[in-house]
Design a binder for this molecule. Structure first.
Ligand code: NDP
Length: 481
């Protein structure tokens, strides 16, 4: 059976479909998924505009109940849907379950925000005139999400979009359609106008491109790679469509000579290899003070070698497979490049033969690297991390900031002075102290600088900036009596 798209409120199959296989075990066919046609896209866009006007007029508590219902169901089914997510994406089950639960929290957070949409008022500079400033929905929002956090990323866009009164057309990554259908089924069952929420599965190059070029789309929220993001921005400009983009990164974790060694190693291992390194917040550069370098490297390499790589759903697996054959090939090409650039591969970085046929590789650590190497400038999105040795705090901060990206950075230190200076001077949207570079909360802004982000921040109340438009009303009582 083909899993359908949700087009204009109806579950609809298409002329073409794709197969979705488990990257931990290629003999496991998860399902077949319809690919939306351009006619279907047009039909669902037209319907979305009608549904959005209806939704915007729903009472606040009715909207709140919808978001709460979605959040509650995601959290209650985190085990089941986390299993499905891990099966199609390859992250260990605990991470898959955690992601679905977190997605639920985004919906419950924005359920509460439905009731907190409070504007401002002011006296005019002119006498007897009042001013009311309020936010209104932008209209129909295109949500384009990646495969690495298929449920959470989509949820941190869909939840605020609905909360602030918009319709949503969701184009998920074609690599993770099962999670997309599961979330859509939950949303579609709620008390929402027909066609308010659409699922248009299909490849980014075809249906994704048509979606972002459409003048019927009022705003586009995208998470993915820098080249695709730039293309989307270019496609949006002719229609003056509002855009928000979260893209690549090259996050650094600075380890100072006064750091708690075990803490530093565990943060580096988790940050570099969690999610098989396929996180926009991954610690792909480890900037290590010479005073702790040798001890840190010894424990880091031992830790990486000890990691249990395996089937995402097997007990004890610490790192699952990479997502696809293409991603694996690109990762291995980076290992070759690193060697050619003069880096020393201390461990891992190799394809693994496992009992199941899948895209397995061992976690890799590069030593003796410098920040000019391509492996330290380009996002690899792989279970690979580089150690860059520095001889001072100032040198570490300079390396951390020497990148085109600017999503997250972290420091491990016992010094309040260093921590404070780092927090103020690291040029990233997120900065952490004695914590991993990965792992953020849902009620505060998330986003980066440089090539990592474009447009307003996501998550927390900051999301209102993108998903609403401000109206300033001037009110006079009319002719004075
Ligand atoms: P891609 O940029 O390849 O794809 C992201 C999404 O865009 C997918 O749904 C894709 O569809 C779609 N897409 C591709 N081409 C187009 C197009 N021309 N028009 C419209 N949509 C298009 O990224 P990946 O999926 O490979 O995700 C990995 C990237 O995401 C990494 O660079 C990572 O850093 C970034 N990322 C950033 C985060 C952040 O918050 N900064 C968080 C998570 C990931 P399809 O794949 O189906 O073709």
């Amino acid at each position: 059976m083909t899993n359908p798209n949700l087009i204009a409120g109806e579950w609809t199959t298409g002329e073409t479909e794709i197969e979705n296989r488990n990257p931990s075990d290629l003999s496991d066919l998860i399902g077949r998924y319809a690919q939306a046609s351009t006619d279907q896209l047009e039909a669902t866009l037209d319907r979305a505009h009608i549904a959005q006007a209806e939704w915007a007029s729903y009472g606040l508590e009715r909207k709140q109940a919808v978001l709460q219902g979605i959040g509650n169901e995601l959290m209650a089914r985190a085990e089941e849907l986390g299993t499905l997510l891990s099966r199609e994406e390859g992250k260990p089950f605990a991470e898959g379950r955690g992601e679905v639960y977190r997605a639920g929290q985004f919906f419950t957070y924005y359920a509460a925000e439905c009731l907190r949409q409070i504007g401002e008022n002011a006296d005019s500079v002119r006498p007897d005139i009042e001013i009311d400033v309020r936010r209104e929905p932008v209209g129909v929002v295109a949500v384009i999400s990646p495969w690495n956090f298929p449920t959470a990323t989509a949820s941190w866009k869909i939840a605020p979009a609905l909360c602030y009164g918009n319709a949503v057309i969701w184009k998920p990554a074609n690599m993770t359609p099962a999670s997309a259908v599961a979330l859509t089924e939950i949303i579609e069952r709620q008390d929402i106008p027909k066609g308010l929420f659409s699922l248009v599965m299909g490849s980014g190059r075809s249906i994704g491109q048509r979606l972002v070029e459409s003048p019927k789309v009022d705003a586009i929220s995208f998470t993915g790679s820098v080249p695709v993001g730039k293309g989307i921005a270019a496609a949006a400009i002719p229609n003056l469509t509002k855009v928000q983009m979260e893209m690549g990164s090259k996050n650094a974790l600075a380890v100072m000579d006064d750091a708690d060694l075990d803490l530093a190693v565990s943060l580096a291992l988790g940050g570099a290899f969690g999610g098989t390194g396929q996180k926009c917040t991954a610690s792909s550069r480890l900037v290590v003070h010479a005073g702790i370098h040798d001890a840190f490297v010894e424990k880091l390499v031992a830790g990486a070698k000890a990691m249990k790589v395996g089937h995402a759903l097997e007990e004890g697996t610490q790192m699952g497979p990479v997502v696809s054959e293409q991603q694996l090939a690109e990762n291995l090409a980076y290992v070759d490049l690193a060697k050619a650039e003069g880096a020393e591969l201390a461990c891992g970085g190799q394809r693994l033969d496992m009992p199941h046929d899948g895209y397995y590789m061992s976690p890799g650590v590069f030593l003796n690297t410098n920040n000019d190497m391509r492996i330290n400038r380009e996002e690899m999105f792989a279970p690979l991390t580089s150690v860059i040795k520095v001889d001072s705090f100032d040198a570490a901060l300079a390396v951390v900031n020497d990148t085109n990206f600017g999503l997250t950075s972290g420091i491990v230190t016992r010094s309040l002075a260093r921590a404070s200076h780092f927090r103020r001077n690291a040029r990233t949207g997120v900065v952490t102290v004695n914590l991993p570079t990965a792992g953020t909360d849902y009620h505060v802004p998330f986003g980066g600088r440089g090539d990592s982000s474009y447009g307003p921040r996501e998550q927390g109340r900051a999301a209102a900036e993108f998903y609403t438009t401000v109206k300033t009303a001037y009110i006079s009582a009319g002719t004075p009596v």
